[in-house]
Design a protein around this ligand. Structure first.
Ligand code: MTE
Length: 318
């Protein structure tokens, strides 16, 4: 994130909402069963993207979605990424992340829980109805997107493992594969990339694990096969390609906080009144648009999440 200021993204051709809604209608009306989803998840991501079968039949539209803003075109969402394991320019992850093998996959949930367990992606698909969640996403670098994720609340996963009373935090660890992730050969971050939430933040209904976007399985550059999405926090909280979720008593270390504690705090709530030490956070530029827009407190989700931080000094706990 310290690499460069994002004034250089490509104003894209627009995928109109009408085109996308037509596609969603198609996904809903095509009556393929769960077997089709599982079969499609066996495909390498590149092949899967080219196929036309719906990935998430029965996708539920979530009341938590932000509906009054224009979706960020698919091309921007999947072509302008931060995934440093696959390179340090925005175009590197789209070019290189296809090397990551995303099936089979194991996500272990352990730590302070009564029933630690390892989940396959098929297990996750069976855990809860897959929901479309259209969320505002704000990167700490100053750009933002409106992304139609496909996922389910993390709370549904945590319920399965029965958190103990002593659990207060949730640590997220991502895949580290030195063979394919050539970016990890540099000691830029403390690999594997890690993140953390307080347990009550993770249990908030807005916090989801995403397995897809735009109705399809997640492209590798966006964190396949499963990633964290926390829409009221800066994008770096959204750890990609998760392999382990551990419930802890103490606040876990996080990759960015370890590398630059003065710039990237544990909480990372979107807050236009707290500047990054090297730039203002007051405004943002939506990918595909030219005008900057004011950044909203908690990225516009304050009504839902502000009570999580009642009594906290958000200048100190940034
Ligand atoms: N997860 C991993 N494993 N590695 C990363 O480098 N980058 C983070 C986050 N998750 C990152 C990661 C940052 S800085 C951002 S802004 C978002 O992913 C970007 O997500 P997107 O590319 O899907 O928009």
């Amino acid at each position: 994130m310290l690499i460069k200021r994002p004034d250089d993204f490509v104003p894209s051709e627009i995928t109109s909402r009408a085109v996308y809604e037509g596609r969603r209608e198609f996904l809903r009306s095509a009556g393929l069963g769960a077997a089709a989803v599982l079969a499609s998840s066996l495909l390498p991501a590149r092949l899967a993207r080219a196929a036309t079968a719906p990935r998430f039949p029965g996708l539920v539209s979530s009341p938590y979605s932000t509906r009054d803003e224009k979706l960020t075109p698919f091309k921007n969402v999947t072509g302008y990424n931060n995934y440093y394991e696959f390179g340090y320019e925005k175009e590197d992850p789209p070019a290189n992340a296809h090397r990551l093998k995303t099936h089979p996959w194991a996500l272990t949930v352990d730590g302070l829980v009564a029933k630690p367990r390892t989940f396959s992606i098929e297990d996750l698909l069976r855990l809860a109805p897959m929901e479309e969640r259209i969320y505002r996403m704000r990167c700490v670098e100053g750009w933002s997107m409106l992304i139609p994720w496909v996922g389910f609340p993390i709370s549904a996963l945590l319920k399965q493992v029965e958190p103990l009373g002593s659990a207060r935090y949730v640590a997220f660890q991502t895949r580290l594969d030195k063979e394919t992730m050539t970016g990890t050969r540099l000691p830029y971050l403390n690999w594997p990339y890690s993140e953390g939430l307080r347990l009550d933040e993770a249990l908030h209904p807005l916090a989801i694990l995403a397995l897809g976007l735009y109705g399809d399985i997640l492209p590798n550059q966006n964190g396949a096969p499963v990633r964290l999405v926390v829409p009221w926090k800066y994008g770096f909280k959204g750890a990609k390609s998760l392999v382990r979720i551990t419930l802890t008593e103490k606040q876990p270390a996080t990759a960015w906080n370890q590398s630059q504690p003065g710039e990237y705090g544990f909480y990372a709530n979107v807050n236009p009144t707290v500047d990054h030490p090297r730039w203002s956070q007051a405004k943002e530029r939506r990918l595909g648009e030219f005008q900057r827009r004011p950044t909203l407190m908690f990225n516009g989700y304050g009504d839902q999440v502000a009570q999580l931080y009642a009594g906290m000094d958000l200048r100190k706990n940034f």
